[in-house]
Design a protein around this ligand. Structure first.
Ligand code: URP
Ligand code: ZN
Ligand code: ZN
Length: 452
């Protein structure tokens, strides 16, 4: 048995001073004091918060974008996740056009199996909606996939409104959750051409061709489609105040709409696209970074409880030789940025240490809510007897600076270079095994597939 002693436990109904014991990957007891017997291991957590392990429900590891493959695979991505305090990630298995869901899921299992330092699960991204795809849905649920993704952007991935309607309708009897990338892809194509015709070839063309209205329009349309299908829907990586307004409008009309945002939309802004030279390429992601006013609107929405989850959309490409694919044409810059390692420190520093948010609120956004939404509750997302021993012992006194040279993400930059972090994961347990200590990996491949 292992006992975490003298910690402040972040429980679903508040903080508790106490100890937590676990054995064989499961929490066996929570009490004000648990005495260690001979042979028990002890983790001293005085002065630390003990969170249920953080869940990152939006990652892209070992993903081929057509021109290149993400810098992080499941080994490096899950290791970096664990170092930062994340104990479960949910990645996007992606159907190939002309291919099956089954082949996609098999392929993603091969990418991840035996390599992961933290637990992993898969959403299924549907890119080719047809009768065969429909017929495969039951098999996905049998294999532990309860959530799906569809795109309104990217020519090689997107569905049209009728396909979105069909997919939502088909998922409804299963209680499946559909997350949607909301950007109007045909408008983006048109606006990209416009920028290039004006001679804008650098990173500044990226936000100019994907303004907030392109996101808001897609959210509004998706909500209309979801209403027709009488289905709830999940908006991934919400980035703008205009988009948020559409979420509010649909909710006010009685629709069930979940919303996810990401640290980059809460901490950074579009000024990054106007940095010297090609530097802005580091921040080319979709949707793009927005104005400070958008950022503040989203921060307020997080604090008001309008945002359900904060995940990363971790999708890393090296600056040196991958982002440069778009040196002469911003539309060819691979879309995405790293973040899987730093999300807990970014959110803790910016919201909890600054007094804006409680540790319990952070726990809901980074652990409890994703566990509930994606079918992992009650085994994950809470500290409770019988729950999985996925835990993050968090030292709020730690002070450190985010540096690419010290990170475990397999990429040559971080969007948060120089960020002064307050708080750090001191010990990270994945299924009861120590996966990381003081921001360094233990070397264990403790991660297991989470069949949901
Ligand atoms: O730029 C991004 N976000 N790349 C990853 C794919 C996606 O859109 O989520
Ligand atoms: Zn997306
Ligand atoms: Zn994504």
């Amino acid at each position: 048995m292992t006992i975490i002693q003298h910690g402040t436990l972040v429980l679903p109904d508040g903080l508790m001073q106490g100890d937590i014991a676990f054995e064989n990957g499961v929490i066996t007891r929570i009490a004000p004091a648990i005495e260690a017997g001979a042979g028990d291991a002890v983790c001293e957590a005085a002065g630390c918060l003990v969170f249920p392990g953080f869940i990152d429900a939006h990652t892209h590891l070992d993903m081929d974008s057509g021109t290149t493959v993400t810098a992080d695979d499941f080994a490096s991505g899950s290791r970096a996740a664990a170092c930062g305090g994340t104990t479960t990630l949910v990645d996007f298995a992606t159907q190939e056009r002309g291919g099956t869901l089954r082949d996609a899921l098999d392929a993603w299992h091969r990418k991840a199996e035996g390599k992961c330092a933290c637990n992993y699960a898969f959403h299924m991204a549907v890119t080719d909606w047809n009768e065969q795809t429909r017929a495969e849905l039951p098999q996905m649920f049998e294999r532990g996939v309860t959530s799906f993704k569809a795109y309104y952007a990217y020519d090689n991935l997107r569905l049209d409104d009728a396909q979105m309607y069909d997919l939502l309708s088909a998922l409804r009897p299963f209680g499946g959750v559909l997350g949607v990338h909301c950007e109007n892809g045909t408008l983006v194509n048109r606006l990209q051409r416009e920028q290039l015709e004006k001679g804008v070839i650098g990173p500044a063309g990226h936000p100019a061709s994907r303004p907030p209205v392109v996101e808001a329009e897609a959210i509004r349309r998706l909500c209309a489609v979801a209403k027709l299908a009488d289905s709830p829907v999940h908006i991934v990586h919400l980035s703008s105040a205009e988009g948020l307004e559409e979420v509010r409008r649909a909710r006010a009309a009685g629709q069930k709409v979940w919303a996810e945002t990401c640290p980059q939309y809460l901490l950074l802004d579009e000024s990054r696209y106007h940095l010297e030279g090609f530097e802005g390429a580091k921040y080319v992601m979709s949707p793009p970074l927005r104005s400070p006013a958008d950022r503040e609107a989203l921060r307020a929405a997080v604090l008001d409880g309008e945002i359900d989850t904060i995940s990363t959309d971790h999708c890393s490409y090296r600056f040196s030789d991958q982002k440069t694919l778009g040196r002469d044409d911003f539309t060819k810059i691979p879309n995405g940025a790293p973040g899987i390692e730093h999300r807990p420190a970014l959110i803790y520093t910016s919201f909890v240490a600054s007094g804006l948010m409680t540790a319990a609120q952070m726990s809901r956004l980074l652990s409890e809510n994703p566990a509930k939404l994606f079918g992992m509750w009650p085994r994950k997302g809470q500290l409770a007897q019988g729950a999985d021993a996925d835990m993050t012992v968090w030292d709020p006194r730690a002070r450190w600076v985010i540096r690419a040279e010290a990170q475990h993400q397999n990429v040559d930059y971080t969007p948060y270079e120089g960020f002064e972090a307050a708080g750090r994961a001191r010990a990270v347990y994945v299924g009861g095994q120590l996966a990381a200590k003081d921001g360094e990996p233990s070397g264990a491949s403790a991660g297991r597939y989470v069949k949901r």
